[in-house]
Design a protein around this ligand. Structure first.
Ligand code: RUB
Length: 318
């Protein structure tokens, strides 16, 4: 059943959860968005093909407006909507449901493949530093552990939302010894580290990596100490619009995540800035590990052209 706005409650809930970061991380957001479009299609009350198409575009727009930086979200929406085909509502519905299911299965398979490729960079006895919580990055560690590689992890807590706690929990579950550190301690520990391993929300055509705020400074620190910087990112993290010069929008989040209102009032009349992501230039990245293999950042554009071509549709804005 859909509500008076025409949007399915599950889709509304998914959109709210993405905005509130109950659902977070680029791959998980993409997966949830595809599932929500599938649910919207399954329960649509649309009586004509035109009404169905309009409803799907509205649904995609609602999801698209939630968070601006992770390109996996528009890439997922585009994948599902461009697969919408048929003359009747029943045919259209079926195509969307199937395309959403295919997207989700491909996403899983891509992460597994990427994990196995990334695991090849990790050697017995290595210490890996992580930032934030990235399922693509964790897939590399998981695959290495499955191969019997002994790893240790230094996990940054990642203020202001402390996603490092999730990483610490997942790594502990895998049996990887974890040392949790505050973000400010990262440089001090860099001498003990063999790899900096992070995920990505978007990768631009020049190989710049957009990821959780703090990644750029961390990569500079790693470079300073000769620690290789490895970015684990499925190809849905490639930002096709950057091929035509568009910049990746950096999400600015609420000041409340940084300081609560009461403390802020005590501190005095201050501004608070809370950018959620930053941009690491390609010169500070050693390898981008995708399900298609690993690439030096400067050559990721070749993969981007191959997968997306030059024109990038946004079917939800039609
Ligand atoms: C999450 C974040 C992650 C990437 C990659 O930010 O920056 O490193 O999204 O994650 P937030 P994954 O917590 O603000 O969503 O590899 O799971 O796609």
């Amino acid at each position: 059943m859909v509500d008076s706005s025409g949007l399915h409650p599950e889709l509304e809930r998914t959109a709210d959860d993405i905005a509130e970061m109950e659902i977070r991380g680029a791959a998980t957001i993409a997966d949830a968005a595809a599932a929500a479009l599938g649910a919207q299609a399954a329960d649509s009350d649309a009586e004509t093909p035109e009404a169905f198409r309009r409803e799907m575009r509205d649904a995609a727009r609602r999801l698209h407006e939630t968070r601006p930086t992770a390109v996996s979200l528009p890439n997922a929406l585009r994948y599902v909507l461009t697969g919408m085909e048929g003359e009747t509502v029943a045919e259209l519905r079926k195509s969307v449901e199937e395309q959403a299911a295919r997207f989700r299965a491909d996403l899983d398979a891509a992460q597994d493949r990427l994990g196995r490729i990334g695991a090849g960079r990790l050697n017995d006895g290595d210490v890996v530093m992580t930032h934030c919580h990235s399922t693509d990055a964790l897939a590399c560690i998981e695959a290495a552990v499955e191969d019997g590689t002994d790893l240790e992890a230094i996990v940054k807590e990642t203020r202001p939302r402390n996603q490092g706690h999730i990483t610490a929990e997942r790594l502990s579950e895998l049996g990887v010894p974890v040392t949790l550190i505050v973000d400010n301690a990262a440089h001090r520990f860099m001498n003990d580290v063999d790899h900096l391993l992070v995920g990505a929300d978007s990768i631009a055509a020049d190989g710049s990596v957009v990821n959780k705020i703090g990644t750029a400074g961390l990569a500079v620190s790693a470079r300073d100490r000769g620690v290789p910087v490895m970015v684990a990112a499925q190809s849905i993290k490639l930002h096709p619009r950057t091929l035509t010069g568009a910049a990746v929008e950096i999400e600015q989040r609420d000041a409340m995540e940084v300081i609560d209102d009461e403390t802020r009032e005590e501190v005095g009349d201050i501004d608070v800035a809370n950018p959620a992501f930053d941009v690491t230039p390609p010169r500070h990245v050693d390898a981008i590990v995708t399900e298609h293999g690993q690439f030096p950042p400067e050559s990721v554009v070749v993969l981007m052209r191959e997968l997306f071509g030059e024109s990038v549709e946004e079917p939800w804005s039609e």
